[in-house]
Design a protein around this ligand. Sequence first.
Ligand code: AQP
Length: 327
Amino acid sequence: MKRVFSGVQPTGNIHIGNYLGALRQFVELQEDNQCIYCIVDLHSITVPQDPKELRKHILDVAALYLAIGIDPKKSIIFVQSDVSGHAELSWILTCNSYTGELSRMTQFKDKSRGKESAPAGLFTYPILMAADILLYDTDIVPVGSDQKQHIELCRDIAIRINNTIKKDTFVVPDGRFLKEGARIMALDEPTAKMSKSAENIHSRVSLLDEDNKIKKSIMRATTDSDGEIRFDPAGKPGVSNLLNIYSAFSGKSVEDIVAAFAGKGYGDFKKELVVLTQEAMAPIKKNFEEIRETEELKDILRDGAERASAIAEKTMKRVKNNFGLGF
Ligand code: AQP
């Protein structure tokens, strides 16, 4: 069995980009792999968080994991800060990473915008992400394509330490990126990725949006004036993004969708996409409502943290031993 690890930040507004790029893979992979799904709260504090809101969002993500179909009997679900090995391993990896490679991370450049007051955590967070993955001897990391650069960094650090400290200190993981859904773009600005933190709520469809909000956001999605439904990400980013979403929700190929809508207008296409999206979100919302307030949710997280800790402790023992740390 291969080991799978991935995580989502508890920063609110989990959207269809997160779902189609990453979360939907989580469910599929749990059938044939040992899966570990984390709520990465330590990552979320790279930017200021309100403590009350953060706690609420942690439980929201946990409930969403269950609502989309992650089964806690098959997969481990836990909160990152409940397992101390993440922060501990992160320091060891920090000492084996280069400031040059961290400076090249596009997410750091985007989020820090060159400001001297940018939190140092924004700079080092790809190392924490590497620690999350390496702590569990992970083989496969299902993520959206925005994480490609961070996965490459994680591999580079693991290979470097295996070569310089001791062979087989770390398992070198592979990213897993889907063909449709790996990068869902903002509905209002289809050259930027759909994001949780964008100010315009109609830039995204969140998993818990009401039907009416889903309809509004999709019907006002930016397209173009040529009127033809065609897949051309460079020339027609808005329509191509909607085709991608349609394909990911329906399981149909983009070519088949384009053929089915030949001669029809954007309005007809968007209306069908609205229904498709509403239908995909309905069971998630229903399950979420049932799970969110139960005590069982917290029991699942406690149990998950225990199971994750048992794996993490073994890795930390091996790593510390290889580095000559402790006695
Ligand atoms: N637009 C996207 N398309 C496909 N996949 C995406 N992911 C994120 N955005 C898209 C994937 O979702 C997983 C969880 O993401 P995250 O919670 O760790 O954080 P993020 O990438 O910071 O999410 P956002 O929405 O982009 O938040 P902000 O507002 O901070 O910019 C990851 O696997 C990610 O690849």
